[in-house]
Design a protein around this ligand. Structure first.
Ligand SMILES: Cc1cc2nc3c(=O)[nH]c(=O)nc-3n(C[C@H](O)[C@H](O)[C@H](O)COP(=O)(O)O)c2cc1C
Ligand code: PXP
Length: 204
């Protein structure tokens, strides 16, 4: 595969990488890419070993990038031990990659509530039924848990205390545009101490 769609120059990315991310994200949405918000989340465990999995981006604003999960999951345990994480998007139809490194924190409970109560009742029950990342003897455990919570809550399924959002506050954001002969464009932003951004070009 030789990438040849387009170029990315420093000026085009502007001074604010969050702003530029939104632009690329909406272009990916317009390109009808399925699961455009699917991103790889990398964490490290207490022994400094890396782990990666996909989660869905549910918000991006001037603060950073947010997603929702089980705080007692493997990733939740890693984050509690080490708050440095990485995110990765690959939009192959646009020949684009976005790499994000940053520090992660929990979203305020009110924001977790707001998102949780926007989810279908079935997914809300799923959050109760699944002890995410734990070994279970069989699928029937999940089905039994689901029925149990369905009986207990009916249509009014509250947010479990172990389920909520995280915010990744970016320290570095890199935009990668594939180019011919592996001579790709890489524009990288690093956060300065005062919160402003320093932009540079990296060799591909
Ligand atoms: C397309 C896709 C989207 C996913 N989105 C989420 C998500 O937003 N939150 C989540 O907890 N798990 C999500 N998962 C499941 C995770 O990849 C993972 O299996 C789960 O969170 C357990 O990870 P852990 O054991 O490392 O904590 C998604 C999986 C896929 C394939
Ligand atoms: C276990 C799990 N939790 C949360 C999500 C986030 O997506 P949603 O809030 O749309 O269900 C997903 C998406 O696949 C998921 O698999």
């Amino acid at each position: 595969m030789d990438y040849s769609r387009e170029a990315l120059d420093e000026q085009a990315t502007g001074d604010d990488p969050m702003h530029f991310f939104m632009k690329w994200f909406s272009e990916a949405e317009s390109a009808q890419i399925t699961e455009v918000n699917a991103m790889t989340l990398a964490t490290v465990d207490a022994d400094h070993r890396p782990h990666a999995r996909i989660v869905l981006l549910k918000g991006a604003d001037e603060r950073g990038f947010s997603f929702f999960t089980n705080y007692d999951s493997a990733k939740g345990t890693h984050i509690a031990a080490d708050p440095f994480v990485a995110l990765l998007f690959f939009w192959k139809e646009l020949e684009r990659q976005v790499r994000i490194d940053g520090r992660i924190e929990k979203l305020p409970a009110a924001e977790s509530d707001e998102y949780f109560y926007s989810r279908p009742v079935g997914s809300r029950l799923g959050a109760w039924a699944s002890p995410q990342s734990r070994e279970i003897p069989g699928r029937e455990v999940l089905e039994q848990n689901y029925e149990r919570y369905q009986k207990e809550f009916g249509e009014n399924v509250p947010r479990p205390p172990h389920w909520g959002g995280y915010l990744v506050v970016p320290q570095r954001i890199e935009f990668w545009q594939g180019r011919s002969s592996r001579m790709h464009d890489r524009i990288s932003f690093s956060r300065n101490e005062d919160g402003s951004w320093k932009r540079c070009r990296l060799a591909p």
